[in-house]
Design a protein around this ligand. Structure first.
Ligand code: HRO
Length: 312
């Protein structure tokens, strides 16, 4: 039986539903080329700002068996670098997505406008949820602000636009955010960014494990899978049918990816596990997902996407 993992995101075709999350190992040219050569279905950049940033002081990333904590502080090469790389990325025959995380609305508008003239970029993932820049709250937790940002960024023609949201935890918040997003020509929503401002402790040292912000940082990996799945499910149910949901959070095996798709995801990003394992994770997870689909007699992700059942 032939199984294919083909999917589309905002009408863009991908030959598998698994690719890298913005953040880990997608900042430099070499890292992005490595993703290009791998089984990742797309190439997604580190969130970019108007100017190059060094980010927060180290240690700023830590992982254990359950996941990761980071307070990178948006280290990136500046959006022009990712625009200039776009043509070069064409050789890998997969979509090239640029993540944008301006430090102000004005910066976001400048970047989106400039990037709209770069043909070799397939889509923009606008990050409304970075938890780690001191003094800059996560836009996605401020509903009025989010509405204002979307009003402005949707005012001009541009690439396929998606947004990356922080995790929500209350049913009213899912509904309020969905109501806002449904008013705009957003093509995909990525759920979720890291759970912001968690704390991981080294008990021997009786100390925090990362330096910035006294140890507080974004949590990823196994710790956050149930939260990520809940967000994928809620937004799948609440958003317009033409908005694709991209799952991100705690996916490290084929069965994790299966769960995200069952909740409604059209594709699934790998973050913490890609950081731990490197680019070989994409081929391994793809194989595991295909094996699971074979056991279940599924030939395409459409056979089970969104079909999570309740208990009657
Ligand atoms: O660079 C970071 O500190 C960072 C960003 Cl931008 C983000 O969106 N999510 C995260 O966990 N870290």
């Amino acid at each position: 039986m032939s199984i294919n993992l083909n999917t589309t995101i905002g009408g863009i075709a991908l030959n598998s539903c698994i690719y890298n999350a913005s953040g880990p190992k997608c900042t430099t040219k070499e890292e992005l080329e490595n993703i290009g050569k791998s089984f990742s279905a797309a190439i997604l950049t580190k969130s970019s700002t108007l100017e190059l940033r060094e980010g927060n002081p180290s240690p700023r990333y830590y992982e254990n068996d359950l996941g990761s904590i980071n307070s990178m502080g948006l280290p990136n090469k500046g959006y022009q670098f990712y625009a200039d790389l776009a043509k070069n990325m064409r050789q890998y025959n997969k979509p090239y997505f640029v993540s944008v995380a301006g430090l102000s609305l004005e910066n976001n508008l400048t970047m989106l406008q400039d990037l709209s003239s770069v043909d070799a970029i397939d889509a923009i993932e606008l990050n409304l949820s970075c938890p780690n820049v001191p003094g800059k709250p996560q836009t996605g937790y401020d509903f009025e602000r989010t509405q204002h940002v979307l009003d402005k960024v949707c005012q001009f023609d541009q690439h396929t636009l998606g947004i990356k949201l922080p995790p929500y935890f209350d049913l009213i918040h899912f509904r309020q955010m969905a109501e806002i997003i449904n008013q705009y020509p957003i093509k995909f929503v990525t759920c979720v960014n890291s759970i912001g401002n968690g704390l991981v402790i080294d008990i021997d040292q009786e100390q925090v494990v990362i330096k910035p912000k006294d140890g507080f940082g974004g949590i990823g990996g196994d710790y956050i899978k149930p939260t990520a799945l809940a967000n994928v499910r809620q937004f799948y149910l609440l958003l317009r049918d033409d908005i694709d949901i991209i799952g991100s959070g705690g996916a490290k095996t084929g069965s994790d990816v299966f769960e995200h798709i069952l909740c409604g995801a059209s594709a699934v990003q790998i973050g913490t596990q890609y950081m731990k394992e490197g680019t070989s994770c994409f081929e391994r997870i793809e194989k595991e997902l295909k094996n699971l689909m074979l056991q279940k007699n599924y030939t395409s992700i459409k056979d089970f996407q969104g079909k999570l059942q309740s208990i009657k």
